[in-house]
Design a protein around this ligand. Structure first.
Ligand code: X6L
Ligand code: MG
Ligand code: MG
Length: 175
């Protein structure tokens, strides 16, 4: 289990929370995957194709004995097992599992690019990712994490939905 990977999860179809938790179960039931950490869950405005329901998004960290390609195959199979059907491009999905990073490797094969090439621009990925990525500096960004977070567009489209530590989200009543 000497490889470390971060995986982004997203769902906006069916019971979104069950889809996230079932995906984590399916992945970590694999004998060669251990869960290390998981972020809070965020409710997020859809981007890319906007005429669809709100997403729940989160990021998990795993340890795995699988190669990056084996991990990709495992994620794609888990998506199918959880009822994913690919219809509209960027459209509604029961579950989406995207490999963000694999160790600190740069992989550019036909089927898999790691680090995920568009993760830096996506607040729904970076906010949960940075919540649990404890590297003082994310190796794929050539500047402090705080600056990257500040520069993210559409942060307001990413709202806490279920906190990592289990506390309820407290919304003060506006006066
Ligand atoms: C211009 C053109 C600006 C395309 C953005 C962004 C396209 C993201 C696709 C884009 C563009 C994507 C999720 C989502 C999708 C998700 C939320 C995608 C692929 N997945 N929106 N949209 N959460 N909130 O997991 O990420 S489709
Ligand atoms: Mg995706
Ligand atoms: Mg995907």
């Amino acid at each position: 289990m000497d490889n470390s990977a971060f995986i982004a999860l997203g769902s906006n179809l069916g019971n979104r929370y069950d889809n996230l938790t079932n995906a984590i179960k399916v992945l970590t039931n694999h004998s060669e995957i251990n869960l290390v950490n998981s972020s809070s869950i965020y409710e997020t405005d859809p981007v890319g194709y906007e005429n669809q329901d709100l997403f729940l998004n989160m990021v998990i960290e795993i340890q795995t004995a699988l190669s990056a390609m084996e991990l990709l195959e495992t994620c794609l199979k888990a998506e199918l097992d959880l009822g994913r059907k690919r219809e509209i491009r960027w459209g509604p999905r029961t579950i989406d599992l995207d490999i963000l990073t694999y160790n600190q490797e740069n992989i550019e094969s036909e089927k898999l690019i790691v680090p995920h090439p568009r993760m830096l621009e996506r607040a729904f990925v970076m906010i949960p990712f940075l919540e649990i990525n404890h590297d003082s500096k994310f190796w794929a960004i050539d500047k402090p994490l705080e600056a990257s977070l500040n520069e993210l567009a559409n942060k307001e489209g990413v709202r806490i939905w279920k906190r990592k530590n289990g506390e309820d989200v407290f919304e003060p009543i506006e006066s």
